[in-house]
Ligand binder design. Structure first.
Ligand code: 1PZ
Length: 197
């Protein structure tokens, strides 16, 4: 996952100043699909989040069969006047972007916190990234699910990482996912689509 996002970040960084990078939809959706194993380590409580996330990533992967890049996909939705329609590629992109941002913010909180609990880092990350866009019922359900998270030691064990290797991989992911998230925000802002919906 860290490596796949590193490649996306490289593509963005190599783009000349003043030009809009053209991330390939296939590479982007493949990188996003690599987040899935993390869900499996989080337990049954996050099944619903996983289903929703995987559906949206699958939609982008399917779209990549006929659309080469993210900007082309968004401009197509603008043309068809369906940017905010439920299930549109662009709307799914905005949700998936929040998913990769959520993982980034979660890792940041894990790295800066002591102790064996995931509840605090996960609750903080959710509050920052998703809660403003979720209704009361979903926020309550997520809050309840937080009590069923594994401990940090259990998570590392399931991911087959020790403390040192996990820190390095989390740091690598944070460094690469940051520019990718910012780039996607910029695609929305450049087209005056807004990112707060
Ligand atoms: C370790 C901490 C893990 C916390 C994970 C918290 C995930 C949030 C739970 C969200 C439940 C999903 C319920 C569905 C919400 C949908 O209404 C919205 C809007 O979708 P639309 O109307 O456009 O079809 N979907 C979302 O907001 C996307 C949710 C994706 C969740 C991905 C989380 C990624 C985090 C992974 C952490 C390992």
């Amino acid at each position: 996952m860290a490596e796949a996002f590193k490649e996306l970040a490289n593509t963005i960084n190599q783009c000349p100043d003043g030009e809009e990078a053209r991330l390939e939809l296939a590479a982007f959706s493949r990188a996003c699909s690599l987040v899935s194993p993390l869900f499996r380590c989080l337990g049954i409580a996050f099944k619903f989040a996983e289903l929703d996330y995987v559906n949206k990533v699958d939609d982008l992967a399917e779209a990549s069969k006929s659309i080469l890049t993210l900007p082309v996909m968004m401009d197509g939705d603008i043309e068809a006047n369906c940017v905010r329609r439920a299930g549109s590629h662009t709307r799914n992109l905005l949700r998936v972007k929040r998913g990769i941002d959520m993982v980034k913010v979660l890792f940041e909180h894990i790295l800066s916190s002591e102790g064996n609990s995931l509840k605090d880092p996960a609750s903080k990350a959710y509050a920052q990234v998703f809660a403003p866009y979720h209704g009361w019922a979903i926020r309550k359900a997520v809050g309840a699910g937080m009590y069923a998270l594994p401990t940090r030691a259990q998570l590392l064990n399931k991911l087959n990482e020790d403390e040192t290797s996990a820190r390095i991989q989390m740091q690598n992911y944070i460094s690469s996912a940051g520019p990718v998230v910012m780039h996607i925000d910029q695609l929305f802002i450049n087209r005056q689509l807004g990112i707060d919906w």
